[in-house]
Design a protein around this ligand. Structure first.
Ligand SMILES: Cc1ncc(COP(=O)(O)O)c(C=O)c1O
Length: 377
């Protein structure tokens, strides 16, 4: 890495190394499902390995898997999707990176509603693009007026939905106003990171950017097997994009990464066959979301929009300390959380709590959080 790029990334708000914390510390910091990968997927990988599926896969990815994802997408979002629109990627992270590198030039302006996942701004920094932060409104919805004002000179909007770190799901009306904005601004692209699309609560609806039919030529959607199927260590994701854009993204992805693992792509075919009802990705987090909501809503110094998806809560704490200082104090008290300032300028004053951990640890971690909070306000 050039010294210049390294400097840019290390000065940005990348997660600080929290380590394991002091002995007995409880981590509410990780963005990782606590359940193991479903057995059927593991068995499919083992079978693929023992039957010799250990050689190079095609450069553009397994045609069977591209086809299966296209069918899955068509059925799930009522969006007829072809295999040529699917780019298989090394996790969601590489899909995001390849998309940005393929479609953004140095000096381009990128609109990023925030608080949001920190990786997008890092990629923009590596490219030499200009990030325009667009803080969300107080109710967590998009500031569409500002997006409209900034759109004419911008190349891309990057949306994280459901949100990391906010746990919010953007309302249907926001997505439809974005569709209109894209139609009004033909040079503008929407990159939607929908890593948590399958984790929503209270039976709420999630509107995928893939359903914005009138702006279809401008929408790129990035997904991952990591969260839905608890496959974080397997490193598999995919991008859905119009064919011409998908080809450009694929060229960048394979130039950097080469082909993906053969047996992992085989196992992903099995993952896609698991019916939603058996996966229960969302159901397993609903109870823990309720525990977090119950406990944090009762704390006087805390303001929070209820998490509607993903597995994060993002409380604002009325304290004179910065987010970094608060995160350090929580770590000293034996509970690891993330500083809100990692997630964009308006994350300052917030703390991100992940509830992707077992109920007992979650309750103990929240108890430590609540008792430490008294000393911070
Ligand atoms: C919003 C979001 N997008 C993408 C990713 C990257 O996921 P992957 O493990 O597939 O690289 C994460 C991981 O935490 C995430 O939170």
């Amino acid at each position: 890495m050039s010294i210049a790029v390294e400097r840019i990334i290390s000065s940005s708000r990348r997660p600080k190394t929290l380590g394991a914390g002091k002995p007995g510390a409880i981590s509410l910091a990780m963005g990782e499902p606590d359940s193991g990968t479903p057995t059927a997927i593991v068995e499919a990988a083992v079978n693929a390995l023992t039957s010799g599926r250990t050689r190079y896969a095609p450069m553009a990815g397994s045609p069977e898997l591209q086809h299966a994802i296209a069918q899955h997408t068509s059925a799930k979002y009522a969006r007829p999707t072809s295999a040529e629109e699917i780019v298989l990627t090394h996790g969601g992270s590489a899909g995001l990176a390849a998309t940005m590198l393929a479609l953004i030039n140095p000096g381009d302006r990128i609109l990023i509603p925030e608080p949001t996942y920190s990786l997008y701004a890092d990629h923009a920094a590596m490219i030499g693009a200009e990030v325009i932060w667009v803080p969300n409104l107080a109710d967590g919805s998009l500031d569409l007026d500002t997006l409209h004002q900034q759109a004419a000179d911008a190349r891309m909007i990057v949306l994280c939905n459901p949100g990391n770190p906010t746990g919010r799901v953007y309302p249907d009306t926001d997505l439809h106003r974005l569709e209109q904005l894209l139609q009004d601004t033909p040079n503008l692209l929407l990159l939607a990171d929908e890593a948590y699309a399958d984790i929503t609560f209270d039976g709420g609806t999630f509107t995928s950017a893939l359903t914005l039919a009138r702006a279809r030529g401008q929408v790129i959607c990035c997904s991952t097997f990591s969260k839905t199927y608890a496959m974080t260590g397997w490193r598999l994701g995919h991008v859905v994009a119009p064919v011409e854009l998908a080809n450009r993204i694929n060229t960048i992805h394979r130039t950097i990464n080469g082909p993906l693992s053969t047996f992992i792509q085989d196992a992903a075919l099995t993952a896609l066959e698991i019916p939603d009802a058996d996966l229960q990705a969302a159901a397993s987090y609903q109870q823990r979301r309720d525990i977090v909501l119950d406990l944090l809503s009762g704390l006087p110094a805390v303001e929070m929009l209820p998490p509607q998806g993903a597995f994060y809560a993002f409380p604002k704490i009325n304290s004179s300390l910065t987010s970094d200082e608060m995160a350090a104090r929580f770590a000293e008290a034996g509970v690891l959380v993330r500083s809100g300032s990692e997630f964009g300028p308006s994350g300052e004053g917030h703390i991100r709590i992940s509830f992707a951990t077992d109920v007992e640890s979650l309750k103990e971690g929240l108890a430590r959080f609540a008792s430490t909070l008294k000393d911070l306000v």
